[in-house]
Design a protein around this ligand. Structure first.
Ligand code: PLP
Length: 400
């Protein structure tokens, strides 16, 4: 009934695409052999490194998140190696399944669906691995199915305390450009990301950052499949080798624009925007939760993503609310991916090109949905969220 107008895709990826990105991509096919495309591509490299704050290297793939999962693993795993999966939801488990399909043994530490990785358990598991079978620890910065955010630096500290040599591999697909992340400072050896979440660009290109330790592991491998090998992509001595073939022409222009937007705003300002918007959402949920079944999935604020929030209702109510928001109001929310029962859960993507009025609109829509569907809820949620944003807008350094 109220759905016509600007629709709003608030799922945790693909995220809202800025008009600037769309316009940058709207152009005829460029020459791939010489000219501007080469310059624009080369200009991406330093910015991609700055994005995750690494002085190490990055390889670009024409691939989604699953593609860069496989790319990263293919460069460092040998048949029969063991990987340790730190499960805080569906996504790290999926990465582990991919390692298994590539011939690795998978050991999983399961931290459930509502809490972050406990570094003490990681340390204990690594201490127990006296034979050094574990070659890589797989973790996610944010698990997109649960909204759990992990402390990568604490995981690194646990690995160091155990004196273990395994690589620390971090999936930042949901959260780079939203949740604060400093690859070198937190000690990740490999980071992966894809274009369609915090980076506001259509799905189709992905990134693998690797430090010298990870590249040395790559160097000791007998063979790496040609397409996934990161070395020719990093060396980039010939343009076509950067992509193992034809460049992803339009994605390059779209990503250039998206990175310009991020660095024009300032990476830390981007993180602060996500932080403030997430806090507004949490404040609203706290009020709703006070008078009904709605819950934010992760209790501990430190362990919550600033890019995606998973919410729980009664069985069937998550689906009903999602459907109402889409059909009646033109707001699309994320499904209860990987949860049981899935119909009780829904997810909010608040990543990338999202600002204060969008989040207040999203919260107002949810509030109307709870009323329309007669799901009991506390009153004053949008008021609470607007108070948070009003308050944060006065914070020192807050720039509009
Ligand atoms: C979205 C996502 C993936 C998968 O990415 P695809 O592009 O769908 O293959 C993997 N890990 C995390 C944390 C994600 O959010």
């Amino acid at each position: 009934m109220f759905a016509n107008g600007l629709s709003y895709l608030a799922i945790p990826g693909p995220s809202v695409m800025p008009d600037r990105v769309l316009r940058a991509m709207h152009r005829p096919a460029p020459n791939i052999y010489t000219g501007t495309l080469h310059d624009v591509t080369r200009s991406l490299i330093p910015d991609l490194k700055a994005l995750v704050r690494t002085r190490h290297d990055v390889a670009i793939y024409i691939a989604n998140g699953h593609g860069v999962w496989e790319a990263a693993l293919s460069n460092v795993l040998n048949d029969g190696d063991t990987v340790l999966v730190l499960a805080t939801g569906r996504f790290c488990v999926g990465w582990g399944e991919m390692a298994e399909a590539l011939g690795a043994q998978v050991e999983t530490l399961d931290f459930g669906d509502t809490e972050a990785v406990d570094p003490d358990r990681v340390e204990a598991a690594l201490r127990a691995d006296t034979g050094g079978r574990i070659k890589a620890v797989l973790t996610v910065l944010v698990d997109t199915s649960t909204g759990v955010r992990n402390d990568i630096k604490a995981i690194r500290a646990a690995m160091d305390a155990a004196g273990h040599e395994a690589l620390l591999m971090c999936d930042g697909i949901a959260s780079i450009g939203c949740d604060a992340y400093d690859m070198d400072d937190c000690g990740a050896d490999v980071t992966v990301c894809a274009s369609q979440k915090g980076l506001m660009t259509p799905p189709g290109i992905g990134f693998v950052w690797m430090n010298d330790k990870a590249d040395a592991v790559r160097g000791r491998k007998a063979r790496v499949s040609r397409y996934w090998d990161w070395r020719p992509r990093v060396a980039g001595d010939e343009f076509w080798k950067l992509f193992g073939g034809t460049a992803p022409t339009h994605h390059i222009y779209g990503l250039r624009e998206a990175l310009d937007m991020i660095f024009e705003e300032g990476l830390e300002a981007v993180w602060a925007r996500h932080e403030g918007l997430a806090r507004a959402i949490w404040a609203a949920v706290d009020v709703w939760a006070d008078g009904g079944p709605l819950r934010v999935n992760v209790k501990d604020e430190d362990a919550r993503s600033r890019a995606i929030t998973s919410l729980q209702l009664g069985e069937g109510q998550g689906d009903a609310l999602r459907n109402w928001c889409e059909e009646t109001m033109g707001l699309t929310l994320g499904i209860g991916l990987g949860r049981t029962p899935a119909s009780a859960y829904f997810r909010l993507g608040h990543m990338g090109h999202v600002n204060g009025h969008m989040v207040l609109g999203l919260l107002g829509t949810l509030d109307a949905g709870l009323k329309a569907l007669e799901i009991p809820h506390g009153h004053g949620a949008v008021e609470a969220a607007s108070a948070v944003l009003a308050d944060l807008s006065h914070a020192p350094g807050a720039a509009g």
